[in-house]
Ligand binder design. Structure first.
Ligand code: G
Ligand code: G
Ligand code: MN
Ligand code: NA
Length: 254
């Protein structure tokens, strides 16, 4: 309860909740193809908190709407900076699957884009499936409405969800983000490599981009290229960076 009250205050404090930004790149060339926004809480007493420390608090109760709008606004503000410098690169925002139970969510997203003067095509929403939203009809309708706006939908942590495969049979998605665990395992484990290969083939058949997460070594990069994977993200290319460092990094990678 204390954390809920503190998070409520942080949402109006202006300097406590910040997004850091991590490039997604073309595996062959290293050129940037996207940027993921990741929230951090610079807590005045508890130090810097990772989303794992407070996301459950943020995703439940009455903070979900304000928190989601806050993250969207900060991510789109950052994207407006690099777009203004001629870099035509979308921003990816992690959203709680619970947001997809709210029929007014697409209108909220449209409003967030309008406030920052950004086109819907500049925004990717990353969704991790959860039991909370599985097989709710409204979820499919909200996703369809978001895609009608022109917003892209990405399935985060692909391969680990309890129903990833049935999800992509129900809704059209634009991107699969292959979970880091398979990328970490693919050099030593033929089974992990098989999952990555399967995701690459599935993405091709669905017409969805496939992004490998958590690439940390040049061996992993080479193995992904050999499997036909096009895009990736990870410390091998860039760590998540503060907003004032991301534009220089994008120019450097380009
Ligand atoms: O950035 P980090 O690796 O610490 O993220 C930990 C987890 O928190 C990941 O699962 C990531 O998807 C999630 N996450 C990061 N930023 C956000 C956010 O702004 N909103 C939501 N809902 N989840 C986030
Ligand atoms: O669940 P999601 O995929 O959104 O989680 C993203 C998280 O992964 C972020 O918190 C980010 O800090 C972390 N991350 C990004 N690249 C790497 C990487 O190369 N290695 C590891 N270990 N974590 C990474
Ligand atoms: Mn993500
Ligand atoms: Na992920």
């Amino acid at each position: 309860l204390a954390l809920t009250a503190e998070l409520h205050d942080a949402l109006t404090a202006d300097d406590q909740l910040v997004v850091v930004l991590q490039p997604e790149v073309d595996l062959a060339t290293g050129a940037p193809t996207g940027v993921e926004a990741l929230i951090r809480w610079r807590h005045p007493r508890r130090g810097t908190l990772s989303p794992n420390d407070f996301i459950d608090t943020a995703e439940h109760g009455e903070l979900l709407g304000p928190f989601t709008r806050y993250v969207l606004d900060r991510a789109l503000a950052a994207a407006a900076e690099w777009t203004g410098q001629g870099l035509d690169i979308p921003v990816s925002v992690n959203i709680s699957a619970r947001s997809l139970l709210d029929a007014s969510f697409p209108a909220q997203v449209a409003d967030a884009l309008r406030r920052r003067g950004m086109g819907a095509g500049q925004l990717v929403l990353e969704i991790t499936e959860s039991v909370a939203v599985s097989e709710h009809e409204v979820v499919d309708e909200v996703i369809a409405a978001l895609r009608n706006l022109g917003v892209q939908i990405s399935v985060d942590d692909f391969g680990t969800g309890f129903s990833s495969l049935s999800f992509v049979t129900r809704v059209t998605v634009d991107e699969l983000k292959v979970d880091r665990s398979f990328v970490t395992g693919m050099i030593d484990s033929p089974a992990s490599a098989a999952v990555v290969r399967g995701a690459v083939e599935l993405g091709a058949r669905l017409g969805a981009r496939v992004v490998a997460e958590g690439v940390e070594t040049s061996d992993q990069r080479a193995a992904l290229l050999a499997l036909g994977c096009i895009s990736a993200q990870g410390y091998h290319f860039s760590r998540p960076l503060p907003a004032d460092k991301i534009v220089a990094m994008l120019h450097q990678l380009a």
